[in-house]
Design a protein around this ligand. Structure first.
Ligand code: ADP
Length: 511
C-alpha cells in the first residue's frame, strides 16, 4: 500500500505542537508495520535549514496549478530520522514558506496568523499531489491532517489528477477551521457547487477544514473520547452537526508516543538517565528495591532542573511543571487562577515549586511573568520554545499539570508518565483516555484526574497529588512505576490506521 501524508508540521523539521510530533512518528510506525510505503510532503519554512537535516535540493521544479494561477515550487528531499524502513519526506520550497520566519504567524505572536495562510496551505495541499504525480508515487491513500491540508483531499477528488487515491482526514484540533471568504475559496479552486453547507461553506464563509471532512472517505481524530465529544455543541465548535453526520465514518485513534525520543533511559538531553527499558519477561522479577534504585537518576535530573531554572535545589520539595502553548485551550487561566488566588495557600504556605515552559497569548505570558517575580523561589517561568528544556522538565519534575478545557489527545501527559512524572489532568478528551485516576485504597491509577473546569477542582487534584507525594513511599513508587510502564507506543495505533486505510480504499472503490 502506498500512503502519502500531507501536513503543515513534521517533527523534528517543524513543530508547534502535537501535530508535528504525530507526523514525525506515525509515518515511521506505519512503515515499520511492513504493510505500507510511506511518503510525507510538508513545507520548507524559513526557520528550517534543510541541510541541517540532510535534505538535498532537487534540481527540478514543479508547476502547481491553483485555481486560475500557477506556482512554480522547488523541492527538498530527505528522510524522517529514526530506525526502521525509510520514510521519504519532500519539503515544498516557495517564498510563501521560505520567506516567513514562522509556520503560521510571526514566531513571537502565536495568536496571530499570516493573513494569506489559506493560500499558503492550499499551495502545500495542491503541491503534494503534484509531487505524487511528478514522481509517479501512485498513492493508494492520501492522508491529510487538520485544516491546512484539508484541501488536498478536495483536489484529489476534483483536481483532474491522473490517479484516484482513497482519502483519509485526521482532525488534530477542531478549534482551527481555516476560515476565509468564499471568494478566496473560489480563487483556490473550490468550485461554486461545493460552496454550500455540504461543502466548504460555514456561516457565509469558507472553512477549509470542511474540505477535509466532506471529501475524505474516512475521518479520524486523535482519541476515542474526543471523537465522541466533538459530536456535541460543547466541543464541536459549530461543527458538531458535521461530525454527527459522519456517523461510522468518524473514528478515534489514540496518538502514540515516540519512545525513541521520549524515554528517560535513553534521552540525550538529560544529565542522568534513569528507569529501566521494559522487558516483559523479567518484569515480575523486578522487586521494589531494584525499581526504586533505577530512579536515582531522576533525583539528579530534578536538582539539575531546579538549578537550570533558578529555583532553590530542594530534593524533598514537590516540583510541578507545565509545558504548553499558553492558550485558553490548555487551561492556562486555571493554572494562573490556582497560583494567583491560592497564592497564600499554595505558593505562600505549602512547600512546592512550579516550572512553566511555554509561549502564546501575551496576557497569559504577562501574568505568569508577574507571578514569577512575586514568588521567585517557588515559580520559574520560561517563555519561549525550548525542546531541550522540555525534555529536562519532563525528567526533573514530580508532577505534570495539564488542566485542558478540551484536549484532542495530548502528548505531554503520555511523555510525563514515561518519565515517572505523574500527570494531574482534567478528565477530558484524550486525557481521559490515557490517565487513570489514582485510587489509594486499591493502589491503582497512573495520575490524578478532576472533572469540573474550575480552580477548586484543579486545586483539589493538586492537593491529592501532594498528599500522595508526602504519604506512603511504597505506594507512591508503585504509582510512578505503573505510570512509567503504561504503554502508548505506536504499534497498536499504526495498525488501527492501516485498517482505516483499507476501509477507505474499499469505500473509494465502492464509489
Ligand atoms: P498541542 O498539540 O495541543 O500543543 P500536545 O500535548 O499534543 O499539545 O503536544 C505538545 C507538544 O509540543 C509536546 O511535544 C510539547 O512538549 C511541545 N511543546 C509545547 N510547548 C513547548 C515549548 N514552549 N517548548 C518546547 N516544547 C513545547
Amino acid at each position: 500500500m502506498n500512503v502519502l501524508h500531507v501536513a503543515s508540521e513534521v517533527a523534528p523539521f517543524s513543530k508547534t505542537g502535537g501535530l508535528g510530533d504525530v507526523l514525525g512518528s506515525l509515518p515511521r510506525a506505519l512503515a515499520q508495520q511492513g504493510a505500507a510505503r510511506v511518503t510525507v510532503v510538508s513545507a520548507r519554512y524559513g526557520s528550517l535549514d534543510p541541510a541541517q537535516f540532510g535534505f538535498a535540493r532537487r534540481l527540478r521544479t514543479l508547476q502547481v496549478p491553483l485555481g486560475d494561477q500557477r506556482f512554480e515550487v522547488g523541492l527538498y528531499e530527505g528522510k524522517l530520522p529514526g530506525s526502521g524502513p525509510p520514510v521519504t519526506v519532500y519539503l515544498i520550497d516557495h517564498p510563501l514558506f521560505a520567506d516567513r520566519p514562522g509556520i503560521y504567524g510571526p514566531p513571537d505572536r502565536l495568536e496571530q496568523d499570516y493573513s494569506d495562510n489559506p493560500l499558503r496551505f492550499a499551495l502545500l495541499s495542491r503541491a503534494a499531489l503534484a509531487v505524487a504525480q511528478a514522481f509517479n508515487l501512485r498513492p493508494d491513500v492520501v492522508h491529510a491532517h487538520d485544516w491546512q491540508t484539508g484541501l488536498s483531499l478536495y483536489y484529489a477528488r476534483h483536481g483532474g489528477l491522473d490517479f484516484q487515491p482513497a482519502t483519509v482526514f485526521t482532525v488534530h484540533n477542531l478549534l482551527f477551521k481555516g476560515l476565509c471568504s468564499l471568494a478566496e475559496a473560489t480563487a483556490l479552486g473550490v468550485r461554486p457547487e461545493h460552496q454550500n453547507p455540504d461543502g466548504v461553506e460555514f456561516y457565509g464563509q469558507a472553512a477549509l477544514i470542511k474540505a477535509g471532512l466532506f471529501f475524505a472517505d474516512r475521518v479520524t481524530t486523535v482519541s476515542p473520547n474526543y471523537a465522541s465529544e466533538i459530536r456535541t455543541p460543547e466541543y464541536g465548535y459549530g461543527l458538531e452537526g458535521v461530525m454527527q453526520s459522519l456517523g461510522g465514518r468518524l473514528t478515534g485513534i489514540l496518538n502514540g508516543a515516540d519512545y525513541e525520543r521520549w524515554s528517560p533511559w535513553q534521552d540525550p538531553y538529560l544529565v542522568a538517565r534513569y528507569g529501566l527499558p521494559p522487558a516483559a519477561e523479567s518484569e515480575e522479577l523486578l522487586d521494589d528495591a531494584t525499581w526504586g534504585a533505577s530512579l536515582a537518576g531522576k533525583a539528579r535530573c530534578k536538582a539539575e532542573l531546579q538549578r537550570e531554572v533558578g529555583l532553590p535545589v530542594r530534593p524533598r520539595t514537590p516540583l510541578l511543571a507545565t509545558i504548553s502553548r499558553l492558550t485558553p485551550q490548555k487551561g492556562i487561566d486555571l493554572i494562573i487562577g490556582l497560583l494567583e488566588r491560592e497564592a497564600a495557600g499554595l505558593l505562600g504556605r505549602v512547600d512546592l515549586q512550579y516550572v512553566i515552559l511555554g509561549q502564546g497569548d501575551h496576557a497569559f505570558e504577562q501574568r505568569l511573568r508577574m507571578l514569577a517575580e512575586r514568588f521567585p523561589s517557588r515559580l520559574a517561568v520560561r517563555l519561549g520554545y525550548d525542546e531541550a528544556l522540555s525534555h529536562r522538565t519532563e525528567a526533573g519534575a514530580d508532577f505534570f499539570v495539564m488542566p485542558s478545557r478540551f484536549e484532542p489527545c495530548g502528548l505531554n501527559q503520555i511523555y510525563s508518565m514515561r518519565y515517572g512524572t505523574l500527570p494531574i489532568v482534567r478528565a477530558v478528551g484524550g486525557l481521559r483516555d490515557t490517565v487513570v485516576d489514582y485510587d489509594a485504597r486499591s493502589r491503582s491509577g497512573t495520575g490524578f484526574a478532576f472533572t469540573a473546569f474550575d480552580v477548586p477542582a484543579l486545586s483539589g487534584a493538586v492537593r491529592r497529588a501532594l498528599a500522595a507525594y508526602h504519604g506512603d513511599e511504597a505506594a507512591f513508587l508503585g504509582l510512578q512505576r505503573r505510570a512509567m510502564r503504561a504503554d502508548f507506543s505506536w504499534n497498536v495505533s499504526a495498525r488501527a490506521y492501516l485498517n482505516i486505510y483499507r476501509q477507505a480504499i474499499q469505500d473509494a472503490q465502492a464509489g
